[in-house]
Design a protein around this ligand. Structure first.
Ligand SMILES: [Zn+2]
Length: 213
């Protein structure tokens, strides 16, 4: 419910103390008229409910007794509440996945909802990203160790070598460059102009990057 200043002042000190109170920055998504999607506020779990502190705006207070279900979807916290004789959904976004998890579990406990399995997608995605980055690091380490040349830009080992100085205007894909180097392939004569030079160049067949050997 939307509360007045006096009620807010009374409630705001009813916390579990500095070290035990869960408090975080959140974003409003859905559920109360007059509040915009994407508006940020401070969410605090006090002794009797959720206190939402919006700057320059009436605050929102949701009693634990009124919360009938809590779930997580992506970065969103979805509350199913029964307030003022009405069932409704209230949705908040909490970007920090660790905090989202904490708010979710604390809420289920305070509202006596019991434990329910959940998955945080963002966290899973982040773990996949980290392991991919690790794999790529290992691959490059191995290439360096075995002295296998690779593209400094995209790290591909699909390279070709030429003495032709290319005057490619814009970023040209590897395939176009390759056909430019090989006049038999024809097509690219107009795309890339080739001038013979004494220097040798490596060309990445994946991204088209060219560098002196
Ligand atoms: Zn490349």
């Amino acid at each position: 419910m939307i509360i007045d200043k006096e009620t807010y002042k009374e409630l705001k000190n009813d916390t579990f103390g500095f070290f035990n109170t869960v408090s975080t920055l959140a974003t409003f998504e859905f559920g109360y008229k007059g509040y915009k999607h994407g508006e940020s506020f401070n969410l605090t779990l006090i002794k009797s409910g959720i206190l939402c502190n919006f700057a320059f705006k009436p605050k929102i207070y949701i009693k634990y007794d009124d919360i009938k279900d809590v779930s997580i979807s992506g970065e969103k916290l979805i509350l199913n509440i029964f307030e003022e004789d009405d069932f409704k959904d209230v949705v908040f976004k909490i970007e920090n996945t660790g905090t989202l998890e904490k708010v979710y579990l604390t809420l289920r406990e305070h509202c006596n909802l019991g434990y329910k399995e959940y998955s945080i997608e963002a966290k899973v995605n982040e773990e996949v990203k980290v392991s991919k980055r690790k794999e790529e690091k290992e691959r490059i380490k191995k290439l360096k160790k075995e002295k296998i040349p690779y593209c400094p830009k995209c790290k591909s080992t699909q390279l070709t070598n030429t003495n032709k100085k290319l005057s490619a205007g814009r970023a040209v894909g590897g395939a176009a460059l390759l056909s430019a180097l090989n006049p038999v392939a024809g097509v690219a004569g107009g795309v890339v102009g080739a001038v013979t030079s004494k220097k040798r160049y490596n060309i990445c067949m994946n991204c088209g990057h060219k560098w002196k050997v």
